[in-house]
Write a protein that binds this ligand. Sequence first.
Ligand code: KG4
Ligand code: ZN
Length: 433
Amino acid sequence: MIVLAIESSCDETAAAVVESAEGGERAETDRLTAEALRPGSGQALRALRRTLREPVPPTSDPRLPTVLVLSDVVASQIEEHAPYGGVVPELASRRHLTAILPVIRRALADAERTLGDIDALAVTAGPGLVGSLLIGIQAAKAIAHAKRLPLVGVNHLAAHLLSSHLRRKSPVAVPPSAPSALPAPSAPPAPPSQRSSQRPQRLSGKSDLRALPSLPSLPSLPSAPSFPSLGLVVSGGHTALYAVQGPERFAQLAATRDDAAGEAFDKVGKLLGLPYPGGPAIDAAADGVEPGDLRFPRGLDRKDTLDFSFSGLKTAVADHLRARCEPPDRDEVRRVAAAFQESVVASLVKKSLLACERLCIPRLTLGGGVAANSALRRAMANACGAAGIALFLPARADCTDNAAMVGLAAVPRLLRGEDDGGALGARSSWPIG
Ligand code: KG4
Ligand code: ZN
């Protein structure tokens, strides 16, 4: 089955063509309630552990079918929003409107497919900016209607949670063996031999992975995480931990009580005078820097909750900068960036490992833009290695918003013949689990 997938939930217009190489069966076991997973609910927790340890019955295989990425195109609006220091919703909708068709055309061309080859469509239906979501949804509906194809709406968080399952014909390197300069959207696609359609094609303004600190190769891992796994989604809009029982079965364990981690990166980047978005800028600024005795608080640094908090940390950075008589010089910016990043990373690592330990799940996956962070990837790999937990990191380029993960998340429903059709709507809020 060949799926054309579309993503437009925030400030990235993306389209991908993915191919499901095999069928898969849906797990039929009961959905776990988030209530049962709340830390401190001893009895419920014991029951949950038992459920998770039970072998999966042979008739209910919670596998995600292997999905190959044939093309993956992302047009970023970062440059347009940078002067405002954040995403301007009205501007985002307008940009999606002009980008959506060229991006879809490019995804089809890169995959060497036409609309006639497409079997089904998938589109992000939420959570996100409604005006932005609607552009992707309307485009998907129009194609589905004209070609009489099934269309399913995908939850953006579920797509991030599953992104470590993405497979390309040739693996995307984890270290920044960066994407080369790309032709303009209107340029004809390169001949197949030169085209790296296995890597996301960044059409404009995307943060340059080459600017990020390099990382040592991670130890080779099994091809894809099995279920159940523990999933951390850490992005600009969300920071939450989930028990992932299958490709469509999630239970939220914990979440941030205030800012998302990516939001904290972006706000602190602004305080430090770094370019937008702050995440990659802080990552680069903090590379190789020892913060010395500068330490910022870690929000909710207790064992009785898996929840996160980052707004106090952001305030502590603001107070630190305000207490100085003069604006920070380059060295001080790097030192503050490193101390801030250290605090965020420590929280994310500590709570993720605590969740794995509590639920006795020795598999952890990461997803969302902040999962591209070098210090987080390094610290998580070290901590998981020491704790005997298998860590599954998406390639860095698959952490930020893309449509390949949307196609992947849609495959189980599409294989069952489901179709949301013309009734599909946009949802600004859409919790999972
Ligand atoms: O997943 P994503 O592309 O969009 C949302 O769903 O929110 O995540 C964007 C967020 C931004 O806040 C950005 O600053 C952050 O991910 N980010 C990073 C890095 N790359 C992107 N944060 C820390 N380090 C990075 N290397
Ligand atoms: Zn996202």
